[in-house]
Write a protein that binds this ligand. Sequence first.
Ligand SMILES: [Zn+2]
Length: 446
Amino acid sequence: MNSNNDVIDDSRIVIEDDRIVSIGACSEPVGNALPAEELEHAKTLNARGKLIIPGLINAHTHNIYYLMRGLGMEFELLGWLKKAMWPCLSEMNAEEAYIGALLGYAENIKNGNTSVMDNFYMSRRNKANADSIAEAACKSGLRVGLVRGCHDVQGMIPLEFIEPPEEAAEEYERLIATWHGKNDGKISVWLSPVNLLYSSEKAIETLKSLMDKHLVGLHTHVAEAKREVEMIEERFGMGYIEVLDRFGIVGSKFHAAHAVWLSDREIDILAERGATVIHNPASNMLLASGIAPVSKMIARGVNVALGTDSPNNSQDMIESMKLAMLLQRVGLLDPQAMSPSTVLKMATRAGAQALGLEGSLGSIEPGKLADIVIINSDVIHNLPVYDHVTNLVLSGKCSDVETVIIGGEVVMENRVLKTIDEAGLIKEVKRVARDLSARALSRLGG
Ligand SMILES: [Zn+2]
């Protein structure tokens, strides 16, 4: 995924500390890249016959929602929130948040995702759930954007998720001081008015001043369902992006998740400002939200990254790449509407740009961070291989991911997680999920 999209055969990658130091032919002595005394202590992973790709970047998901995997699947967005997510989130305690987040992080690693933008919020009673999620992120070894959400407009969502802007700002200050840059820089804190629908102008102004003060980014849901766009239009007389742009928020540190129903004017603003759209094809299909105009946005110069989101039930970025490509083709009735290499770029380099890390992530090149995934491509469903990228996107399965390296640390080797006790986690997830859903159900009954 370098700027030439080179596919390099017969190569070996040398990693020192958290960086890639060289890429050379297997026949070339490793001693050319590493001094003898360092070579002695080096760990060698044999990836002969396998495919090595940059770590995939899951640019929009909600890991703790995965503790509610499969609930409320018969609803559109608002019904799913009301009947499943909100009752569970209001009951969720710190232990459940930790286990839910770890479940999500483990799944991301197993699927070859090395960076995750993790959007969450919690009841006002349980603000420390954010710290549980951050602890799980550190434990996993993943590169995680902790995207802490806030709402302050009353009327549409349960009162316990509402907090005045000053209270949210205080919490952001605390989270930034505690977690931003932690775990060797793998953890970052992001601001998130979950949706402009639930945010006042005062809240947006407060968040903008935090962006300026701490140079942190802002990640929000934009124009996901058609009805939301009508409600924003009724309230402001213009579209989501036009409103947010008036506050000076739309720039290179701005993420618009979904962007299914944008006007051409809004697409042009996103392109001009160097902002990122995060496309979530599985979620858009599951909630019957619509087909985001991804091909058009890319053609107009918008950086479009890819996410699994949570109403999806799978944090599989290989599947999301395939769905993104197929959805554009069927939506535009054009087999050339999107190519495998475009969706792979969305899942790697565009994701890196979204994180402001295009110089450090998104491709395998000397000097970049060693976020690397080894995939077993010698399997029946992948053979023969005429083009690696086409096969990865259209035939690849997340279970083909064998080994995952993040910042030089091997976090999964031959499908065995190194940072998380998988068997223990499975037991814990089953225990807390049963209890949490029962409490949520009795809350709904009342
Ligand atoms: Zn979302």
